[in-house]
Ligand binder design. Sequence first.
Ligand code: CMX
Ligand code: CO
Length: 143
Amino acid sequence: MFLRIDHIGIACNDLEEKIALFSGLFDLTVVAREVNEEQGVKEAMLHVADGEGGGSYIQLLEPLSADSPVGKFLAKRGEGVHHVAFGVPDVAGAMEQIGAKGVRLLDERPRHGSMGSSIAFLHPKDVGGMLTELVQTARPEEM
Ligand code: CMX
Ligand code: CO
């Protein structure tokens, strides 16, 4: 079902500060920055490596407001790992397969994610406490 781990999402209070920390510690390069109003975040993707299934990244997330998913997470748990995202070949197909196993889908249909991808989230309570994202990478012409 999964091609790779696409990214690990990290909740931050200050995006610029955490970009400096992660790029300095691990020699990572920022390959994309985006404001995603629908997800309520300002974000940066730091490239980790490329594999056969595609790239893998650290996604740094600063909330646009306190009542967004990442804003609420920060208030409750503080900075740190927020979600794990798996690369899939077909996000709608993966949603259907996983939803059929009784996992609550947080999105009725795929939404817009980083770098032109299509994404959908699974409820953390149905995945052992791990907020899970499914990512279908954009085809080059969609980026
Ligand atoms: N990881 C694990 N558990 C989480 C969690 C997370 N990131 N966020 C919330 N939870 C847990 C809470 O701790 C809480 O558990 P308890 O009831 O045991 O305390 C429970 O889930 C409900 O949490 P809540 O604070 O009441 O928050 P909501 O139910 O309103 O929202 C969630 C939680 C997962 C449904 C919501 O955050 C969501 O829809 N997330 C998907 C979208 C998203 O996160 N977008 C930002 C990233 C965008 C991107 O990657 O591009
Ligand atoms: Co993500």
